[in-house]
Design a protein around this ligand. Structure first.
Ligand SMILES: Cc1ncc(COP(=O)(O)O)c(C=O)c1O
Length: 420
């Protein structure tokens, strides 16, 4: 065979390629140059460090004089590719630029954001029903450093306004509350924050950017636990914050200091999740709506909270804030199902399911149930639960991608067999 016939892509080590020893050859073997073509899939830069041509190049990148990568705790191209993809979902139609950063978990995203925006003496306004992990960072970490918080009951913008103080650093909101599915008045909260000159930070985990894009309603920053709908398959943990470029630059600095960046393999999976997010979420939502409607009149059901039901207190607000697709309006895919009875009835409903799975987390392909009073809200007694609008028997259902008919049949048979 002549040289002429050899395939161009055959990896070849040239003859007489040096006299380095075995171990040096093992470490410094020839490296494949990156292809000039764009790959269809996202390359995973599974590396902790990046190489520089010269010492000056290294100094310039560290000094932010030139763009480039140095160390994967600081930045990583796969993490950045995921952040960019997430930002593109949230940024659609906005008049201003937005930036994004990827994190190792939703809590890394939230805690880094809070630490970046607060200092000793700062005050935070957050909902009384805020996610337990966020409550924990505020009460168990930030309070030790002199940050105070007011937890506001209900969903009224006047209550948020009344809670503001001169030292309030930010208002934190959740698009859809856990487990009540109360919908936050994002544009009202944004107006209050604009008047006060402080950022509105929205945890959009229960909605995802395929249901709601809080930046469009005036939020300064939107945070997601990407572990949920963005990953979508219950096989990866991550978080992302998207929003105002200057605030994001502060958050990036805090992320570098705190070390909560997303790992490259996880970034690959989450980026892949983004590619199918709208398709999956559209189906999650359509199935959730079908299940909510089918169960609403079941004799063992006391109430179902789902923003898509006309009986939901914020149904009209959801109509305004939430996205539509060719399949119709998307109201999310979390239901709070409350059968008549006590805690045991709620647990029996979970245990009676065949398709639904008892597990933590939400937003994945599997329909997942949790009995609220004994899991996410186990610290609350019945009186505290009642104040938060949660019954002792309430079950949170995260609707997966199974067939709607199977889920309806599954829930009906479990309801029919509940103890009286
Ligand atoms: C509303 C909300 N925010 C934040 C988080 C934290 O996300 P992660 O578990 O990815 O740290 C969760 C997790 O359940 C959540 O439900």
């Amino acid at each position: 065979m002549s040289d002429h016939d050899l395939p161009r892509n055959l990896p070849v080590v040239p003859a007489r390629s040096g006299d380095d020893g075995e171990s040096t050859r093992a470490v410094h073997g020839p490296r494949q140059a990156p292809p000039e073509q764009q790959p269809m899939g996202l390359p995973t830069y599974r590396t902790s460090a990046f190489v520089f041509e010269t010492a000056q190049d290294y100094a310039d990148v560290l000094g932010d004089q030139t763009s480039g990568y140095s160390y994967s705790r600081v930045d990583n191209p796969t993490a950045d590719a995921f952040a960019l993809g997430a930002a593109a979902m949230d940024a659609h139609g906005l008049e201003q630029d937005v930036a994004a950063q990827a994190f190792a978990s939703g809590m890394a995203a939230s805690s880094t954001t809070l630490l970046a925006l607060c200092s000793t003496g700062s005050h935070i306004v957050a909902p009384a029903a805020v996610y337990g992990g966020t409550y924990g960072v505020i009460r168990h970490v930030l309070e030790r450093f002199g940050v105070t918080a007011t937890f506001v009951e209900g969903n009224e913008m006047d209550a948020v306004r009344a809670a503001l103080r001169p030292e309030t650093a930010l208002v934190w909101a959740e698009t859809i509350a856990n487990p009540t599915t109360a919908v936050a008045d994002l544009s009202g909260f944004a107006a209050v924050c604009r008047d006060a000159g402080i950022p509105l930070v929205v945890d959009n985990t229960f909605a995802s950017p395929a249901v709601c894009r809080p930046l469009q309603w005036g939020a300064s920053l939107v945070m997601q636990s990407a572990t949920k709908y963005i990953g979508g398959h219950s096989d990866v943990t991550g978080g992302v914050v998207v929003g105002d470029v200057e605030l994001m630059a502060r958050i990036r600095r805090a992320r570098i200091d705190l070390g909560g960046i997303l790992a490259p393999d996880e970034a690959f999976l989450l980026h892949r999740g983004l590619l199918t997010l709208p398709v999956r979420v559209a189906r999650h939502c359509a199935t959730a709506a079908a299940v909510a409607e089918a169960l609403a009149d079941h004799p063992r059901i006391e109430r179902i909270d789902y923003p898509g039901l006309p009986t939901h207190p914020q149904h009209q607000l959801a109509d305004k804030l939430f996205e539509s697709g060719p399949e119709g309006k998307r109201y999310g895919a979390i239901l709070a199902v409350t059968p008549g009875g006590d805690r045991n009835v709620g647990m029996a409903l979970c245990d009676g399911l065949r398709v639904g799975t008892v597990a933590t987390s939400l937003g994945g392909v599997h329909t997942v149930v949790s009995h609220v009073a004994s899991t996410t809200h186990r610290q609350m007694d019945d009186a505290a639960l009642a104040a938060a609008g949660i019954a002792p028997s309430t079950v949170r259902v995260s609707i997966g991608l199974e067939d709607a008919e199977d889920l309806i049949r599954d829930l009906e048979q479990a309801l029919d067999r509940l103890p009286v």
